[in-house]
Design a protein around this ligand. Structure first.
Ligand SMILES: O=C(CO)[C@H](O)[C@H](O)COP(=O)(O)O
Length: 227
């Protein structure tokens, strides 16, 4: 089973102190940091991109930035994000007609490649050849575009479908995930957990990070015992 990874969504952080916020999350037990890149086209919002990532990468050596590209032309930003220190480049399957070439391009730039699906996209949109070449699959549990939305439980069966097809793959959930919603995600088989509001809004973020991690480990132990 792939290991539990917690990736706090920087969308919920204080953007004015981004590097310090990343360091605070790492100190509190986060393995990855999740950077939401929005271009105002794929989603009706603009956030941050490569120039900001370059500053954070310089300030936080060894950081593993999980870049969620909510952009309409995902191939356009691969080089910039790689040069800025991105570790994982996740694009939306809805935004490309040639996911295989895009994954190859991401790998040529020495990053891991992730493939995301929005709430209305079925898991079958991630075909076997694409999933096998990709390093991670992301099931959105809110409509991409902003943080703090209500978790869409109807997206969870897609996690279970992907886990059944790909037992060893990293599967990430993102959107409205926190202490009240983690159990269904973990039991369905997700092991990479993105949470913004639930972590940054907590008085003790480290406790929430630990709770999310424990939920994944417990669900994995239960699944293993059943086999
Ligand atoms: O991708 C996103 C929005 O498009 C965010 O990562 C996501 O919504 C996380 O924030 P929260 O945990 O507050 O829902």
């Amino acid at each position: 089973m792939p290991r539990a990874i917690i990736s706090p969504s920087m969308l919920a952080s204080n953007f004015g102190q981004l590097s310090a916020e990343c360091k605070r999350m790492i100190k509190n037990g986060a393995e990855w940091l999740h950077m939401d890149v929005m271009d105002g086209h794929f989603v009706p919002n603009i956030t941050m991109g490569a120039p900001i990532l370059a500053c954070v990468s310089k300030d936080v050596p060894g950081i593993y930035m999980d870049c969620h590209m909510m952009v309409s032309e995902p191939s356009r930003w691969v080089k910039d994000i790689a040069d800025a220190g991105g570790a994982l480049y996740t694009f939306h399957i809805e935004a490309t007609s040639d996911p295989l070439s895009l994954i190859e391009l991401i790998h040529e730039h020495k990053m891991k490649a992730g493939v995301a699906i929005s709430p209305d996209t079925p898991s079958s949109a991630i075909t076997d050849d694409v999933a096998e070449l990709a390093d991670m699959l992301l099931v959105m549990t809110v409509y991409p575009g902003r943080g703090g939305q209500k978790f869409l439980e109807r997206c969870v069966p897609k996690v279970a479908e992907l886990r059944a097809r790909f037992p060893e793959k990293d599967i990430e959930v993102d959107g409205g995930v926190g202490p009240k919603t983690i159990d269904v995600c973990a039991e369905a088989g997700s092991n990479v957990i993105v949470a913004g509001t639930a972590i940054f809004g907590a008085p003790q973020p480290g406790e929430v990070i630990q709770l999310l991690k424990t939920a994944v480990n417990t669900a994995q132990a239960k699944a293993a015992a059943k086999q």
